[in-house]
Design a protein around this ligand. Sequence first.
Ligand SMILES: Cc1ncc(COP(=O)(O)O)c(C=O)c1O
Length: 439
Amino acid sequence: MDARPNDLAAFWMPFTANRQFKAAPRLLVAAEGMHYTSHDGRQVLDGTAGLCCVNAGHAHPSIVDAIQKQAKQLDFAPTFQMGHPLAFELANAATAIAPPSLNRIFYTNSGSEAVDTALKMALAYHRARGEGARTRLIGRARGYHGVGFGGISVGGIAGNRKAFGTMLGGVDHLSHTHAPEHQAFTRGQPEWGAHLADELEKLVALHDASTIAAVIVEPLAGSTGVLVPPKGYLEKLRAICSKHGILLIFDEVITGFGRLGTAFGVDAFGVTPDLMTVAKGITNGAVPMGAVYSSQAVHDAIVDAGPEGAIEFAHGYTYSGHPLACAAGLATLQVYRDESLFENAARMAKPLEDAAHALKGLPNVIDVRNYGLVGAVELAPRDGKVGARAYEVFVRCYEAGVLTRQTGDTIAISPPLIINEQQIGQLFDTLASAIKVTK
Ligand SMILES: Cc1ncc(COP(=O)(O)O)c(C=O)c1O
């Protein structure tokens, strides 16, 4: 199998232990459906939908076709003071599957950009309404909101910001909701933890609501090891935000587009934010795209505030609403609908839950968590070497033909929504075997 280029030095790889990887590289050279092909010619079952983005499976013919046709028809068109029809069509199709109150959409190219855009919208919204003192942004420990300066500031992963100096001022954090002593081996939403949302009242008392613009959380935190929201927690956050005029932002970059067996986390948990960030599954990962869904109230406050003829929101990206991304997005939404993939995700949630929890009792397994088509198996860390044990398990799984994702000492599973029961079996059997032989 061709694995050019075989000099790996020049590519400075993202979120990768570069020296470790380049000493023993893992290269993927093709993909179809549920499988990657590795450079040494093996079929590898994709247990992570790439990076939680390939929800409809790899190289879906109608998505491939749409991108190819679009590249010929209209390769690029600006969306600054110009437009092209697909950008509007996708906006209509994407808002049609969202909660009715989130009926406006702004395009970005990634989840990180969507987060920074949503934070800017929150600031602009308050300013447009004459509440410009509302500049404080509140995130949550163990939150991941991408890598922009806004996203790492509200994010709660210390390692992601310790090298970069001063971040946004005026940021505070809620505690995360993960408490293994109360929640270990919970199936679905933990009973314990709703009260942690009351911390927001404490932050309001400390800073005063008149200084707080927005709260941002992932409804289900993915990148820091699959933290499922306790029952009642999101509802409380919503109520406290509404009470104090604070905007609630859900970062649905992972949970959007079927991952939880519903279109969005909003639908799974029955709580609707004012702004919602998405990316990944909007185009099935085939062309980079992100977006912010906005309530009409936020949109109108900003768009109706300025004088006629003035640009109301001085923000956007050269590639906002790129034609190839729009074509991929439209085809992707069609595939989700035609093939009932969100429904399949909901059907496969229980088999995934059972397969994941069957790993309880294996050596070093200290927790199993799941919701929808997301599962996590947490291992006890080795003394002084956080992540080392899980990394070995991840490599063993890959060598045995299954791609998982390691985050800290957690192995996270988030397969394409097309997965079947037999593949779920293969995935967790392989994981179990790898855990058993890892000291
Ligand atoms: C919740 C969340 N927000 C934002 C991001 C950043 O997205 P991107 O890598 O497309 O910038 C991610 C990526 O995994 C994510 O999980």
